[in-house]
Design a protein. Structure first.
Length: 403
């Protein structure tokens, strides 16, 4: 996702301030695609007698063609395999005595699409593709898992002048993070008939985006739903007489309403709210916010096509919103020193309906881009349950090469 921004803004912060729908990048020559990620994940969940450990390797190999008269194409294969034993529940290996680490062995076509860009303002993509909307709270690629989430889709984007961007996507199928080889078909993929609409207007330091998602899930008909929402995201520097002071701010506010669509459960009906503010000073970024996914004790606001790991804590306790809803009050800190980037976050989780306090969580990570194309990461999450659930601790160590 590309943004017009001042250098040095942290990528996780910019995800909340996308100014316009991402456009196709001009590719003047063909190129090979290669990506390898080696990762070890450890999960200690108090609901299980033994912890889980997964060492996995993910490889991607592909080819992007040159552009001819506005036309180009891409094909990319992806494979994941476990190393040194499988003492974890991958969702496909039957090891249910261990906590879940959803990186099953898998081989599939990750992306295969055709692009057409007749002019700089218009871009059409058809085929299996990575699809990201705004900050990925509703539609994303779940890039954290070894097997990426991609969509069989048609995506059309068009810019009206310099301030307005229109976007429409039709989704026919989602290839989920559980892998195409998964023996449970509803985990591997969902058949969809979904229509996504977005209108983004950029002015001054921010962008106002209105959207509508009409998602008919043919594999799970009762989950079919409609989202109608409005999002505002902005960022700016405080300047003194035209000279940057090193102090900046960010803001994100969003509201959406979810209701049944197609054969969806008639009880579906909840609201989504987000309010977040941040300060940037000499390379440090601090933010605070509250996110609410409404619930009434029977049904709650769900975002099944989102990049879920990026929200509500890295321990992944709330990938499905509890029926009583969720209020996530959080604080975040980010700092970059040259090739090293550090993040720290704290969350307090409560029910939206009733007086249940789910728990609290600390998250931390350090990433090191130690050489061209190489990146190392150490990451941890510590969730402490209160009224319901169990304590969970997770740690990750990964090494990735991408070009």
């Amino acid at each position: 996702m590309k943004n017009r921004h001042r250098p040095g803004w942290p990528a996780w912060l910019l995800a909340g301030g996308c100014l316009i729908a991402p456009a196709a990048q001009a590719q003047t020559a063909s190129a090979a695609i290669f990506d390898a990620r080696l990762r070890h994940e450890h999960v200690d969940d108090d609901l299980f007698a033994r912890p889980a450990d997964a060492s996995t390797l993910r490889l991607r190999l592909g080819y992007r063609s040159a552009v001819h008269s506005g036309w180009s194409s891409l094909i990319e294969a992806e494979g994941t395999t476990h190393l040194f034993g499988d003492r974890y529940n991958s969702s496909d290996n039957g090891r249910t005595e261990f906590p879940a680490i959803s990186d099953p062995d898998n081989a599939e076509i990750n992306q295969a699409y055709v692009d057409y860009a007749p002019d700089p303002a218009t871009h059409l993509r058809a085929g299996r593709q990575r699809l990201v909307y705004d900050n990925q709270r509703f539609i994303g690629n779940s890039g954290w898992r070894q097997n990426e989430q991609t969509f069989d889709a048609l995506d059309l984007q068009h810019k009206l002048g310099t301030h307005t961007a229109l976007r429409y996507s039709w989704l026919g199928r989602v290839q989920r993070v559980f892998g195409a080889d998964n023996r449970q078909d509803n985990l591997a993929r969902w058949l969809l008939d979904a229509h996504l609409f977005s209108v983004a207007y950029h002015r001054g330091p921010g962008t106002l985006t209105g959207y509508g998602h009409f998602i008919d899930n043919r594999s799970l008909p009762l989950s079919s739903h409609r989202n109608l929402g409005l999002r505002y995201a902005a960022m700016a520097d405080f300047d003194k007489q035209g000279v940057a002071s090193g102090l900046g701010w960010t803001l994100a506010a969003e509201f959406a309403r979810q209701s049944p669509y197609a054969d969806g459960d008639r009880r579906i009906g909840a609201s989504y709210r987000l309010l977040e503010g941040g300060l940037v000073w000499n390379g440090y970024t601090m933010k605070a916010g509250v996110e609410e996914l409404g619930g009434d004790g029977k049904t709650a606001f769900q975002t099944p096509l989102a990049t879920l790991h990026a929200f509500n804590g890295w321990a992944d306790r709330f990938l499905t919103t509890p029926a009583a809803g969720l209020q996530d009050r959080y604080l975040g800190w980010n700092r970059k020193w040259g090739k090293v980037t550090a993040n720290l976050a704290w969350h307090d989780f409560r029910a939206d309906h009733g007086a249940v306090h789910y728990g609290r969580e600390w998250d931390a990570s350090v990433a090191w881009a130690f050489a061209p194309h190489w990146n190392a990461l150490v990451k941890a999450a510590d969730y402490r349950a209160d009224d319901v659930g169990a304590d969970v601790g997770k740690t990750w160590i990964s090494l990735e090469y991408s070009r």
